[in-house]
Design a protein around this ligand. Structure first.
Ligand SMILES: NC(=O)c1ccc[n+]([C@@H]2O[C@H](COP(=O)([O-])OP(=O)(O)OC[C@H]3O[C@@H](n4cnc5c(N)ncnc54)[C@H](O)[C@@H]3O)[C@@H](O)[C@H]2O)c1
Ligand SMILES: [Zn+2]
Length: 717
């Protein structure tokens, strides 16, 4: 253990080592990372780190060409065939693309100059026509169609031999299984399988909620999904596809199509039903390449999927043939990158943030790092379980990801030094690495979730089966104040007209309102003092506030924004207990007596009303004049529909959806959102859609508004 540490802190011995030893060490390191990336679909270092070492190896090999061997990662396409998947020999090899790492405009100029030189053009010759495309961050796929039917889908593998993943690729809706008439009898379409960012976020969110493993990035998630043995798993992970090239195709001599340009070929693929990215365009000369790079770069965050750069391809297929190939890449194409979306940096500390709904999120304070085009100093760690699962500690080197306008997150820790020194030491000489964590045998967490909310000091709790911790401060917590006020003012709660987003922001930011009762202490002067607030609208707000004081117990309870207490539960509680005081004083056991109130809701309600400051808020609201008729338990409407479940759909002729719902609930019915076998009635109005169809399919009785009213009057169905 200590030996490894000493090796690391010693002045990099590899720098003075023989070039041959260093080259060997770099190759081992790259092969190790490539194995994790391509074979296990679990990269342990950011691409930027892999690329840095790759370039270091390229530079060393360039200085010592005699040391280049054909098995060097710089000389071949890396990949593997997973056990359990059949291997497929590609009719036309699937290559890599040379990367122009210079992210500035000069990257495009350098490529154009190289192409012109290799074609032997002089300055007076016309500009070259290129096709510029986004570089999708997914994995390459070859789709083989015979007589218009998809017969095989294969991964790139090592470029010569890939994996047969036909069973999984069939689950991707964007990939046509049959093609229109007139396509050549043999057609291999090459393109990228990827996962859209929203699909990726939803997948990870689901995994987090279920305590499952989360994926590092969409590329990794897509690669893992494609390489499953069980296509049922792939089907649950939504994948997408873009076509960008051709493999084997029926030759013109046998009746195959004649394409003159790459662009023409892409347009044809599109007409055959393959998705081709909208950004793809022709660019003439270096100037237009530069413009494309900048234009796509500016819209990168807004794209629904990850790209790591753009690709320039010589448009003329004749010129492509003239330029030809190097060992692992064509000479007629280049990838021009953008700033990396994943970088390594150090966790300086872990703070917690309180969200608008009370959720407590641990946030890593980072040594500033440039990632996804901006300098990032904080990244979310999601929740305590994620920290533990990823094994993050304060002081660790971690991988931070920032893609799109999604908030930056910590996706994992850098591999410990023990791994690195083991893998890259050759004849006892380790290679210096700028990143990595001290070796540790067991993970001892050094972050603790605070017991009290850092904003308001209320108890922090985590409910059973929940991954997130929450502040119980509710109304009392400044972090939750805006959300709480908006909820209180909502139409179905206290119904305070005119108290919307903007006004609440202004009032809370100006510190005019700190608690709900402050609303009822608002005066004309403080309202008019707000920017853009005319006297007339200020008076309207005050009138709305005054009007809202006369309310009902369910509305008031719902308005308090108690966790798990929706309108229906608020009504159940009011019906069961009759008075607010009875609810506030109820024990967990008593609360459990209420229709539809389970242990989680009962406990959460009890905790809420145990906090003295929550009771204080309620008292103050009453003191401000908020009132409701209490003790109406006995006078409630007859429970004609007790035990029945009703679904409302479409627009009713006279009643609003809310009013119909209130009436049904008052009669004891449960109003549900979706139709099932258990649904007692569906009340359908105009433009009722799939719910009506479902009801008819299941034989659930369907009523119109008149039928519903009849039912409520006790005469119906
Ligand atoms: N993090 C790690 O441990 C690790 C390990 C190995 C490799 N890598 C990463 O893998 C990449 C190197 O892989 P590579 O050699 O396959 O090159 P590459 O992935 O950078 O480029 C070639 C690939 O680009 C894709 N592509 C996307 N859009 C395209 C378009 N419009 N036209 C044509 N092709 C398009 C194709 O799939 C093609 O196979 C680097 O980004 C490297 O950082 C990372
Ligand atoms: Zn709080």
């Amino acid at each position: 253990m200590t030996d490894n540490l000493d090796l690391f802190s010693a002045p990099a011995p590899a720098d003075q080592a023989q070039p041959a030893i260093k080259i060997e060490a770099l190759r081992n390191q790259l092969n190790h990372w490539a194995h994790q990336y391509y074979v296990l679909d679990e990269p342990t270092v950011p691409d930027a780190e892999y690329d840095r070492v790759f370039r270091e190896l390229q530079a060393l090999e360039a200085a010592h060409p005699d040391l280049i061997t054909p098995d060097s990662p710089t000389q071949r396409v890396i990949g593997a065939v997973m056990e359990g998947l059949a291997s497929v020999r590609h009719a036309v090899p699937m290559l890599s693309i040379h990367t122009e790492t210079d992210t500035e405009a000069t990257g495009a100029q350098a490529f154009d100059a190289r192409v012109r030189r290799e074609l032997g053009l002089s300055e007076s010759d016309p500009a070259i026509e290129y096709v510029a495309e986004p570089k999708f961050d997914g994995l390459a796929m070859s789709l083989r169609y015979e007589n218009g039917r998809l017969v095989q889908a294969a991964t790139r593998g090592d470029g010569e031999v890939g994996e047969d993943v036909t069973h999984n690729i069939r689950t991707i809706r964007q990939i046509p299984l049959t093609l229109p008439g007139g396509v050549p009898p043999l057609l291999e379409v090459r393109g990228e399988v990827y996962m859209r960012r929203a699909d990726f976020d939803a997948l990870n969110e689901r995994q987090r909620e279920q305590g499952g493993k989360t994926f590092v990035n969409p590329r990794n998630a897509a690669a893992g999904a494609v390489r499953q043995l069980d296509s049922g798993i792939t089907a649950q992970r939504p994948l997408s596809f873009f076509a960008y090239g051709l493999g084997a195709i029926t030759p013109p001599g046998d009746g195959g199509p004649v394409f003159r340009t790459h662009y023409e070929m892409l347009q044809t693929l599109k007409s055959w039903g393959f998705p081709v990215a909208a950004q793809v365009q022709i660019a003439v000369g270096a100037t237009e390449l530069v413009a494309f790079h900048q234009q796509v770069g500016a819209s990168r965050d807004a794209l629904p999927y990850d790209i790591d750069g753009v690709v320039y391809k010589v448009n003329s297929l004749q010129l492509q043939r003239d330029l030809g190939f190097k060992t692992r890449e064509p000479r007629w194409a280049v990838a021009h990158k953008y700033p990396a979306q994943e970088m390594a940096t150090k966790v300086e500390g872990i703070d917690v943030q309180v969200g608008r709904t009370g959720k407590i999120t641990p946030v890593a304070r980072l040594t500033p790092v440039f990632v996804g085009g901006v300098t990032v100093t904080n990244a979310t760690l999601h929740n305590l379980f994620e920290i533990r699962k990823k094994g993050v500690r304060v002081g660790d080197q971690v991988i931070v990801r920032r893609a799109g306008d999604v908030i930056p997150e910590v996706v994992g820790v850098m591999p410990p030094l023990t791994d690195a020194t083991e893998v890259i030491s050759v004849d006892g000489v380790p290679v210096k690495r700028p990143h990595g964590n001290p070796p540790r045998e067991i993970y001892v967490p050094n972050f603790r979730m605070p017991k009290a909310c850092p904003v308001c000091g209320s108890a922090v709790v985590r409910e059973k089966g929940e991954a997130n911790h929450r502040c119980t401060g509710g109304l009392f917590c400044a972090a939750q104040r805006k959300e709480a006020i908006l909820h209180f003012a909502a139409r179905r709660a206290m119904d305070i007209e005119g108290l919307g987003d903007k006004l609440v922001d202004q009032l809370v930011d100006a510190n005019v309102i700190r608690t709900l009762p402050d609303l009822y202490r608002l005066g004309l002067t403080s309202l008019i003092a707000l920017e853009r607030m005319a006297e007339k609208s200020a008076q309207n707000v005050l009138a709305a506030l005054e009007k809202s004081k006369q309310t009902t117990l369910p509305r008031f309870l719902f308005g308090l924004g108690l966790r798990h207490v929706g309108e229906a539960t608020a009504k159940d509680l009011a019906r069961h207990f009759g008075t607010l005081d009875a609810i506030m004083d109820a024990s967990v056991e008593q609360l459990l007596q209420v229709n539809d109130v389970g242990p989680v809701v009962a406990q959460s309600l009890h905790t809420f009303f145990q906090q003295p400051h929550n009771r204080e808020v309620v008292e103050q609201l009453r003191a401000c004049g908020v009132t409701w008729p209490e003790g109406l338990v006995a006078e409630r409407a007859p429970q004609i529909l007790a035990g029945k479940t009703v679904v409302l759909t479409g627009t009713l002729p006279t009643l609003s959806r809310d009013a119909a719902k209130d009436m049904l609930e008052a009669a004891g019915a449960k109003v549900a959102g979706s139709v099932s076998k258990k649904t007692s009635y569906v009340v359908a109005g105009e433009e009722a859609g799939s719910k009506l169809a479902k009801a008819q399919e299941l034989g659930v009785p369907v009523l119109d508004e008149a039928g519903m009213l009849e039912l409520l009057s006790g005469q119906g169905v």
